[in-house]
Design a binder for this molecule. Structure first.
Ligand code: HEC
Length: 97
């Protein structure tokens, strides 16, 4: 008999998606920020400022994300890609009423 190699004719499955690092801004926010600020930005755990009523400009938000402030930790070593921070800054501003 003749064993046709039914399952191994196609190598294309090896092309798994290698770029899974692109989380959406919302996922980044839920992952890194929502514990204190809440999903909608107004949870206020341990003195976290209400992001819905915040009037900070994008440069100031970026600075706080990088450097932290009082009860808020710095995310410098965590959000290493500028693009992630940019999208997060924009996302924070969309939470406003
Ligand atoms: C451990 C809790 C904690 C986490 C996690 C956290 N924050 Fe904060 N955040 C705070 C606290 C506390 C303040 C208030 C700092 C102050 O002004 O005293 C704050 C303030 C801010 C402010 C300033 C608001 C204003 O109007 O002054 C922004 C913007 C902000 N956080 C965004 C974020 C983003 C974006 C993330 C996720 C990358 C995040 N925070 C994660 C606790 C946290």
């Amino acid at each position: 008999m003749f064993f046709g190699c039914l399952g191994c004719s196609d190598n294309s499955e090896a092309s798994y998606s290698s770029n899974n690092k692109t989380e959406s801004p919302k996922e980044l926010f839920l992952l890194h920020c929502a514990a204190c600020h809440g999903e909608k930005g107004d949870l206020g755990v341990s003195g976290a400022k209400n992001l819905r009523t915040s009037s900070l400009r994008s440069v100031e938000i970026r600075k706080i994300i990088y450097e932290g402030k009082n009860g808020m930790p710095s995310f410098k070593g965590i959000l290493t890609e500028k693009q992630q921070v940019d999208s997060l800054v924009n996302y924070v501003m969309t939470l406003r009423d």
